[in-house]
Design a binder for this molecule. Sequence first.
Ligand code: APR
Ligand code: PHB
Length: 390
Amino acid sequence: MVIVGGGPAGSLLLHILHNAGIDAIVLERQTRDYVLGRIRAGVLEWGTVEVLRANGLGRNMDAEGHVHDTINIAWRGSELLTVDTNLQMGRQMMGYGQTRIQKDLYDASDAVGSEIVFEADDVAIHDIETEAPWVTYCHNGVNERIDCDYVVGCDGFHGISRQTIPKSIRTEYLKEYPFGWLGILAETPPVPYLLYANHHRGFALCSSRNPMLARFYVQCELTDSVDDWSDDRFYEELTARLPADQVALISPAPSIEKSIAPLRSYVAEPLRHGRLFLAGDAAHIVPPTGAKGLNLAVADVHYLSQALMAVYAGNTSGINRYSDVALRRVWSAVRFSFWMTNLLHRFPGQTAFEQRTQEQELRYISSSPAAQQSLAEQYTGLPFETLGAD
Ligand code: APR
Ligand code: PHB
């Protein structure tokens, strides 16, 4: 089997299949250091934690991760809404950065000898509608060809796999939001819980990577560049959007990374065409507000690996359900992330009326255990479905 893309989706799938004795190879366009250098989100649903543990990837996460059992939302500059997910749903979240997960995955691949080809150029997928697909690529100037049973596209939003599915078969759904997130990493003690903010100046978020590494975000203009944002300006804006007692928890320190990301929701359906399957960002993107991107990639891989293991054991029913089952979870996360994004951001041209209705929704959640339970249920992650049999 060929897996295109060695991000979290591709390298986790490789690891699970390799453990199951299924022959697979990952073709990754970038260098290992480049992939390991990318700063991404860091909140894991408990289902994700369990998938990682079940596949022998829990040791560092359990030692270094930070278990969260609350989601906190500051609003109107003075109110604080705390949703205790353990109380509401009996579930928690794990704070553990994607960068660390990626390192654990590459280290696991080294340890077991599974194969990842870095700097694989010009990857192309052929004859996907036949029983004998093949993949070509160029490595160290040499053209290579692999004949395989299946191809899995885990090559992210800008990858080539999705484009292999004819346009007449693919349906794409896209929503772009009129703002971005400016994020920084700073070596300073983080706020000890997840803290989101709705403020008339815009959204803000305080998260963490470890006890001495904080991750902060503020909503910014899509046209902004990081050069427009000195550290001083960043902290001024972040602290202006939070209540004073929360600001007291932040000791500003120089940023060691600073980047701007646009927010969008995107889904491509179906996740299967012939012998090609899509998983992770190759098929869907969510805005980071609900912390779902990595969790969805892991859920896709969980479903797909189960289905593929069944295929090699002689049962093809699960693989025929993969696209439908995975897409149900994708749409649930797409809807939830869209809702959280609408709840917490300041939209261009937002009227005082709209600001008040947003605040009223936050007031309602503050006072309603039912609303808190719904938020907690979705944030901590709905249970996985079973792929079932025909
Ligand atoms: N050939 C080979 N590899 C490719 C190609 C290509 N043509 N195009 C892209 N890639 C690689 C990228 O270099 C990247 O390492 O595919 C990988 C895709 O990784 P991600 O973008 O991290 O996507 P995924 O593994 O699905 O993980 C989803 O990442 O973007 C975040 O929020 C998202 O947390 C989520 C997670
Ligand atoms: C992060 O830690 O980077 C993070 C946390 C929660 C989010 C998004 C990003 O919703």
